[in-house]
Ligand binder design. Structure first.
Ligand code: AMP
Length: 224
């Protein structure tokens, strides 16, 4: 049975950074709707312009569009959903399609810390690596460690947009946390500390989910 894990958290909680680390560590397929949508927004097409406009304003993209992006990429591998579901409608869609969810990790970070992080965050438009000047700075300022490309600010990290994105998260995504809480699937992770500490907490929590799955299947625990 393939495992389906979800990583949730408000903007700047470190979701993308942690999802990449976790996926690499456990060999999970990492489905990041924000990354998929940013790629779509770069296309000079009506869809690209529409998505780009929504991202720039910090608004959510329509449920059907995001659901299609995710569902068409789900196969029988263990999957980490990063940024999906973000609305109760999206969560209900997973249930209606009988796509099981095994654990939902929610990164908790105080609001002021989220706002501070947005001002410091830069990313690589070429390979998608993300840096924070305090939490995980690039070796050379402004240059990607991974591919050497110049780093940039995300358009939706502008202070006004960040505050709006936080409000949208509270209104539309916190109910998703409650939706999964009601199903006993939520595990809160303290996301306020250094990247390595948060990664270790997430890895331990994920290892426990794998152990439960493997025990259930009567196979030895995967202790990667
Ligand atoms: P992220 O990189 O996860 O912070 O996502 C960046 C932006 O992409 C969000 O602020 C939304 O505008 C959009 N987005 C990502 N995932 C979803 C989703 N599941 N539903 C609607 N919009 C989304």
């Amino acid at each position: 049975m393939a495992l389906h894990l979800i990583l949730m958290g408000p903007p700047q909680a470190g979701k993308g950074t942690q999802a990449k680390l976790l996926a690499a560590r456990f060999g999970l397929t990492h489905l990041a709707t924000g990354d998929l949508l940013r790629t779509i927004s770069q296309a000079d097409t009506p869809l690209g312009h529409r998505v780009g406009d929504l991202l720039q304003r910090g608004e959510y993209v329509p449920d059907e569009l995001v659901t299609q992006l995710v569902v068409e990429r789900m196969d029988d591998h263990d999957i980490l959903l990063d940024g999906y579901p973000r609305t109760v409608t999206q969560a209900e869609t997973l249930e209606q399609r009988a796509i099981p969810i095994h654990r939902v990790f929610v990164l908790d970070v105080p609001e002021q810390e989220l706002i501070d992080r947005a001002q410091e965050r830069v990313f690589c438009p070429n390979c998608g690596a993300v840096y924070g000047s305090r939490t995980n700075p690039p070796r050379e300022p402004g240059i990607c460690d991974v591919c050497g490309h110049g780093l940039a600010h995300r358009v939706d990290d502008a202070p006004k947009t960040v505050r709006h994105r936080l409000k949208v998260y509270q209104q539309r995504s916190e109910p998703v946390v409650h939706f999964f809480e009601a199903r006993g699937l939520v595990q809160h992770i303290d996301g306020a500390g250094p990247v390595g500490d948060v990664a270790a907490a997430l890895a331990a929590a994920t290892a426990a989910v794998f152990a439960a799955r493997n025990g259930h299947q009567g196979r030895p625990t995967d202790d990667r």
